[in-house]
Design a protein around this ligand. Structure first.
Ligand SMILES: CSC[C@H]1O[C@H](OP(=O)(O)O)[C@H](O)[C@@H]1O
Length: 351
């Protein structure tokens, strides 16, 4: 797929000495770019979903980690590494579910330890270089996910997707949306049902924006419409992303994914999860052990500064749910399609 403007959206990029993000809280109405020069601003950007989506969060955390250590003045490795751990812990506190944030920080700390004989200024440059590598790797991975998934798509497919898994959520192309971009590129005449994805509307605000930019036919629906479309035979495939996959194939993804998976199975519709292989956490045996982020109640009770519920109404706002692996038809990864039994097949693919 060529790197044309339709998929060349950069949600995040390193600019000389700082990070520039496309602040997704302003989309689709305004394209607002912010320059982030310190780890505190990056923590806030991740927490407030100015930059969001599991892979993009990992990339943002990697750059944020460099911003957090570049001014450290420790002159011994031991005291430097104590501060490094503190910066990593701070960034990890921004959002708990996306495994990419955690493995990116783990990779950077491991890299520092592997070069402990170097002087501190060299270590800092190695961290920046590694952050850029994580970013570039993600672009290649997401392109490959699209290439590996496109043959699942048949002429005229009506594909339902949830939340936003496009270039905005990754280094570029996306995961589930990468499959859709690639299928469109191959003129497969697809149409996309876009779940609005309450409460923060990543579907209506972000996925609709990306698909319309790419001139891919789409129809926006409320989350509660998906089931009846499936029952009426108007959905051919469901493709979603994921923030964390357990070693048995259980999937953590945006809240509302589990009911889609159950409805897909009930209506005999293939349900695919498109992820970088690094999202699969072989250290965590099953989905119920994945930490689920619970966000502020006012994301449900208010929207655009207006009340959509009575004052003081109690609300419960989990950002993710768990889909048991029995509802997943296959995973689409940069290593290829992975079918059940997932635990066994994951083990054969781990490096
Ligand atoms: C390509 S991963 C996208 C993944 O992240 C989203 O969560 P959030 O918008 O809260 O960062 C959602 O779970 C998507 O599937």
């Amino acid at each position: 797929m060529n790197n044309d403007t339709k998929t060349a959206i950069q949600s995040i990029e390193w600019r000389d000495d700082h990070v520039r993000i496309l602040d997704q809280t302003y989309l689709p109405g305004r394209e607002v770019y912010s320059d982030i020069r310190d780890v505190g601003r990056m923590w806030e950007a991740i927490k407030k979903l100015r930059i969001r989506g599991a892979p993009a969060i990992g990339i943002a955390a990697a750059y944020g980690f460099y911003l957090g250590i570049k001014e450290l003045s420790e002159n011994s490795f031991q005291s430097f590494f104590i501060e490094v751990e503190r910066v990593a812990e701070y960034l990890e506190s921004a959002r708990p579910t996306a495994v990419n944030l955690h493995w990116a920080l783990h990779r950077l700390k491991t890299t520092i330890k592997a070069h402990k004989d170097k002087d501190i200024s060299e270590l800092k440059e190695i961290v920046l270089k590694t952050a850029k590598t994580i970013h570039d790797e993600d672009k290649r991975t997401c392109k490959k996910i699209g290439e590996n998934g496109v043959n699942l798509i048949t002429e005229g497919d009506r594909i339902l997707t949830h939340c936003n898994t496009g270039s905005l959520a990754t280094g570029q192309y996306g995961t589930a949306l990468s499959v859709i971009f690639h299928a469109h590129e191959k003129n497969k005449d697809i149409r996309v049902w876009v779940d609005e994805t309450r409460p923060l509307l990543q579907g209506s605000r972000l996925t609709a924006w990306e698909l319309m930019n790419a001139e891919i036919p789409m129809t926006l629906i409320t989350d509660s419409t998906a089931g009846s479309l499936m029952r009426r035979g108007e959905v051919d495939k469901v493709i979603v992303g994921s923030d964390h996959v357990a070693a048995n194939g259980d999937v953590a993804n945006k809240i509302g994914t589990y009911p889609l998976a159950v409805l897909a199975k009930e209506n005999k519709i293939p349900f695919y999860v498109a992820v970088p292989f690094s999202t699969i956490d072989m250290e965590l045996q099953e989905g119920d052990n994945i930490p689920i982020e619970v966000r502020e109640e006012d994301e449900i009770t208010r929207f655009n500064d207006s009340e959509v519920a009575p004052k003081k109404a109690e609300a419960y706002n989990p950002a993710f749910d768990i889909t048991p692996h029995r509802y997943v038809t296959a995973f689409i990864t940069e290593k290829g399609l992975i079918e059940p039994p997932f635990d066994e097949h994951f083990k054969t693919l781990v490096k």
